[in-house]
Design a protein around this ligand. Structure first.
Ligand SMILES: [Zn+2]
Length: 112
């Protein structure tokens, strides 16, 4: 798989309101940031999978009135993203929502 293929598949999944992640077929670990080789074991046998889109806030910071942080997903991977909603603190459950920014559909974490 080429890196453009990974980005294209991510864009396709975002456009249909699905949260993608990558699972390594060799060591079975999960990660989010688009890469063609597993960051844990170096294997290029990887698979792009649809996440449940649920998880919890692992860490967060407020900056200029917005919240950003690392979301730990049910499938075990982490992703740095925008967080919106009420009572945004570490440990709160989130669901993934999508919005268009500059013509691209992108995910963000929402706290109900
Ligand atoms: Zn691996």
């Amino acid at each position: 798989m080429k890196i453009e293929d990974v980005y294209n598949e991510y864009d396709r999944m975002f456009a249909s309101s699905n949260m993608p992640f990558i699972r390594c077929n060799t060591c079975a670990k999960a990660y989010y940031y688009p890469r063609t080789v597993c960051p844990f074991c170096g294997s290029s046998s990887i698979e792009i999978i649809k996440s449940s889109g649920t998880g919890e806030i692992y860490s967060c910071t407020e900056f200029n009135g917005g919240f950003y942080g690392i979301i730990k997903f049910k499938e075990g991977f982490g992703a740095y993203m925008d967080i919106e909603g009420n009572n945004i603190v570490t440990g709160r459950n989130i669901i993934i929502k999508f919005r268009e920014i500059s013509g691209k559909i992108l995910p963000y974490a929402f706290v109900d």
